[in-house]
Design a protein around this ligand. Structure first.
Ligand SMILES: Nc1ncnc2c1ncn2[C@@H]1O[C@H](COP(=O)(O)OP(=O)(O)OP(=O)(O)O)[C@@H](O)[C@H]1O
Length: 536
């Protein structure tokens, strides 16, 4: 499946690359034959045939051009492969349901996309072509050897079979070592992610050394596993070296004996030896490539897990929510949600009639944020039921439901893009409407003071916004889109008095047609919006 995704629009380049590679490999394997003929002419003190020399030069050129051309088109195809798979995995991650997404560690997920995808393209674009080229050269050289001296060729087979068996045992251990090494690297990446995210608290608590020690422990585990992998992989080359040395010595000794017995001519031994030398480099490539294949298999398995454990979210909801005029109604019955860690959050039976504004209150951990996630379908109830406008919510409805119920979560950050993109998040709304809203909220100065207006870049390459300015942008989205239901989790915690009052006015106006539920601990807002729903 991953292979089919990766090869979209890359097959033509790939096939051309393979063809060029095969041509250059045949050209390589023909060289000993021509060199052998020239050597025999020298040895027999006969004139060298010009066409043989010309053929030798021609195969040199074809070899060089074929190798370079093949590398180029394969490179183009491999970049396309990585691009395709990255897009597909990112799509799967963003389209999966919330519960499956939560089961993944974010650093680990990042590591799989950034590291494992380039790792899995290697077999197709480097290893298999190398294997094919090596196999063609080795096979043709071997045929040449059989025709030169079949007894020496038999000895060679015996030696290579013995060392081949040894190689297989090593290759099996490489796959296991590669898997544990990738897991350790991901664990390091996850920890690093968390710590970078918490840079400010770490610095202000003076916890740099404590954090470094935690990071070092993961780095140490990654190092130990890396060493283990390098350790097993490093056995490949000595095995191949030994195999070639034993082959070379064996052929020379046995060939010498055969020459003594007049079963073989010195020129034939020279040609056989030449074939063997030409065969050695492909054999080394073959051994090393097989090792790389085992490492890539480990990465492939990690990516496969993403496709298997992140199901694609529903694309065609069977039921379309519509506000059907003002007044969304919500009901819950025996509702509970159990987190994967085992925490069970029970929600009392609730009945809410829109439009209007309600405050959702309760102590820390009472389940307010959990209820919001259930209300907009990101969490699917593990017990009981909930319904909007009499329609019971189940998993298949969630994507349509989220267009009906807008949720602004408690923890959110701006994206490194323009102010306009951060406000709209893909929605199509005229700039004039954004400025009109800013004017109504009394925050025009904020938007007009930005260096490039709505095109101002936010993030490390642009301006930094204050916590309150960020919250303004998040609330803008809801006020502009005016969805039938709006859930705001602590929307005002960083807003100044004036902004809070202006947004509250705007929400009150919006609440004539929409149902707005606000999670807040703010006394002013609790007084202003007197209808409360209490949890816990
Ligand atoms: N991702 C999670 N995995 C496991 N348990 C969770 C998760 N998120 C919340 N919980 C648990 O669910 C319970 C309810 O949490 P929730 O965030 O809904 O409370 P809350 O009322 O919004 O709290 P607060 O006012 O502090 O934001 C808590 O006991 C919390 O530990």
């Amino acid at each position: 499946m991953i292979r089919a995704i990766g090869f979209q629009n890359a097959k033509v380049h790939y096939s051309l690359g393979m063809l060029l590679l095969m041509i250059s490999s045949v050209a390589t394997a023909m060289q000993p034959m021509f060199v052998g003929q020239i050597t025999e002419a020298f040895a027999g003190q006969k004139p060298v045939v010009v066409t043989t020399v010309l053929f030798l030069l021609a195969v040199f050129v074809v070899d060089a051009l074929g190798t370079a051309g093949s590398k180029l088109v394969m490179g183009i195809a491999s970049e396309r492969f990585v691009f395709n798979v990255r897009n597909s995995v990112a799509r799967r991650i963003l389209h999966t349901n919330h519960r499956s997404f939560q089961s993944f560690d974010k650093g680990d997920l990042n590591n799989r996309v950034v590291e494992d995808i380039p790792a899995i393209q290697r077999p197709y674009f480097t290893t298999y072509p190398e294997l094919l080229g090596a196999a063609i050269v080795a096979l043709l050289c071997f045929i040449g050897m059989v025709f030169t001296s079949w007894t020496l060729a038999l000895v060679l087979i015996a030696v290579l079979t013995a060392f081949g068996a040894l190689l297989l045992i090593v290759l099996r251990s490489i796959r296991t070592a590669a898997e544990t090494s990738r897991v350790a690297e991901s664990a390091y990446s996850s920890r690093l992610y968390e710590l970078l995210y918490n840079f400010v608290p770490v610095k202000s608590l003076g916890a740099e050394n404590w954090v470094l020690r935690a990071l070092n422990r993961r780095a140490e585990s990654s190092r130990v596993n890396g060493v283990r992998l390098v350790g097993v992989s490093s056995l490949i080359l000595p095995i191949i070296n030994m195999a070639t040395q034993v082959s070379l010595v064996g052929v020379l000794l046995l060939g010498g004996v055969q020459i003594g017995n007049e079963d073989l001519t010195p020129a034939a031994l020279a040609t056989f030896f030449l074939y063997l030398v030409y065969m050695i480099s492909p054999l080394v490539t073959l051994g090393l490539s097989l090792g790389e294949l085992r490492e890539a298999a480990a990465s492939h398995a990690r990516l496969q897990v993403i496709y298997e454990t992140l199901p694609e979210d529903e694309t065609q909801p069977q039921y379309r929510f519509s506000s059907g005029g003002p007044g969304a109604t919500f009901r819950s019955h025996n509702l509970a949600y159990r987190y994967q860690g085992g925490e069970r959050v029970a929600i009392p039976d609730i009945s809410i009639e829109g439009p209007g504004i309600y405050c959702l209150v309760g102590s820390n951990g009472a389940g307010k944020s959990t209820l919001f996630l259930l209300m907009n379908g990101l969490h699917v109830p593990t017990e009981g039921s909930l319904s909007w406008n009499g329609k019971r919510i189940h998993e298949g409805l969630s994507s349509d439901l989220r267009r009906f119920v807008y949720l602004m979560p408690q923890s959110r950050d701006v994206l490194s893009t323009t102010v306009r993109d951060n406000i709209l998040m893909g929605a199509v709304i005229e700039d004039a409407e954004i400025f009109a809203l800013a004017f109504r909220l009394g925050v025009s100065n904020f938007l007009e003071g930005l260096p490039d207006g709505l095109d101002t870049q936010i993030g490390h390459e642009g301006v930094e916004l204050s916590g309150g300015q960020k919250q303004l942008l998040y609330v803008f989205h809801a006020l502009l889109l005016r969805p039938p239901v709006i859930l705001l989790d602590e929307f005002a915690s960083n807003l100044d008095r004036d902004s809070k009052a202006a947004i509250s006015d705007a929400l009150t106006e919006l609440a004539t047609e929409s149902l707005i539920i606000v999670i807040t601990h703010d006394k002013e807002l609790l007084t202003r919006f007197p209808r409360h729903i209490t949890l816990g």
